[in-house]
Design a binder for this molecule. Structure first.
Ligand SMILES: C[S@@+](CC[C@H](N)C(=O)[O-])C[C@H]1O[C@@H](n2cnc3c(N)ncnc32)[C@H](O)[C@@H]1O
Length: 275
């Protein structure tokens, strides 16, 4: 036990020392920036050098940094936090769901799917790019005005400010939907309506499901599997859960593409690789 404690203390001291070396190095690199006219941008050279030093001095810190980079740049969280809107690093619209849920939903072929969404937003554009039709209901007129500019031909956005008209907007629609997303106001009531209006082989998406234990219980009691995608997402400085509810009859697997995680290693193995 004592040995273990000593080892922890030594590691802690070494890491602390490494950190001060790192801070010093960072200062040096910043001061030694070469003029931009010398060819390769000075910042990249400095950055590469800095990364090499960090890798050498503290492999732990370096690996942690790679993960921070994946979240900040590859997932685009840095830009979304800066701009306070759910976008990737290149500015393209994504839903305000957790990143694991977005990656999961991006695997499927929704080109023939009809979508109904409670709570319009950047998600509406994301779905419009993928699905046959998207109907969104929104209660905030100012927000709707902001979204109107980007509305696509396969999209309809309904303004419903009162509770009943908002919840019942889905019941006014003659057909059932392949996907219903609950991500706006009055979520308990919207989920009840969603269960009535989603196809048996379709799915329901509930964002922030960690805050709605009663509602998720209702969905599970309706003979649906709950699949949770917890983790970080755009804009927010905390993790949350986006859940998908589906029945065994769900036919989404038909358009399934194998996962390609953002910042993954992009390696695949066949059966022959194991011989
Ligand atoms: C958490 S947002 C989610 C909207 C949408 N489903 C998405 O993923 O982008 C829920 C509600 O917040 C309101 N809202 C107000 N300002 C907003 C903003 N800047 N971005 C997104 N929603 C906003 C809208 O009324 C919207 O229906």
């Amino acid at each position: 036990m004592r040995e273990k404690l000593r080892a922890v203390q030594v590691t802690h001291r070494v890491e602390r020392e490494h950190f001060s070396i790192l801070q010093g190095t960072l200062r040096v690199v910043c001061f030694q920036r070469a003029p931009a006219s010398e060819g390769i941008p000075a910042r990249n050279e400095g950055m590469t050098l800095l990364l090499r030093i960090v890798q050498k001095v503290s492999p732990t810190f370096y690996r942690l940094g790679q993960n921070v980079h994946a979240l900040a740049s590859k997932q685009g969280q840095l830009r979304s936090i800066r701009e306070r809107r759910p976008v990737r690093g290149d500015g393209s619209a994504i839903p305000w769901y957790t990143y694991p849920a977005i990656e999961y939903l991006s695997q499927f072929d929704f080109s023939n799917a009809s979508i109904f969404e409670f709570g319009a937003g950047y998600s509406s554009l994301f779905w419009a790019r993928r699905a046959r039709t998207v109907i969104s209901v929104e209660s905030d007129s100012g927000w709707l005005e902001h979204l109107k500019e980007g509305v696509q031909p396969n999209q309809k956005v309904l303004l419903r400010q009162g509770r009943d008209e908002y919840v019942n907007a889905i019941r006014e629609q003659p057909d059932l939907f392949d996907v219903v997303i609950v991500d706006g106001r009055w979520r308990h009531a919207c989920l009840e309506a969603a269960m009535d209006k989603v196809r048996d082989d379709g799915l329901i998406v509930l964002d922030n499901s960690d805050r709605y234990p009663e509602a998720t219980g209702r969905l599970r009691d309706s003979d649906r599997f709950q699949v949770d995608f917890s983790g970080f997402g755009p804009v927010n400085n905390y993790a949350w859960t986006t859940s998908i509810f589906l029945r065994a009859a769900c036919r989404l697997q038909k358009g399934f593409a194998p996962p390609l995680p953002i910042a993954g290693l992009r390696q695949t193995f066949g059966a022959q690789d194991e011989e």
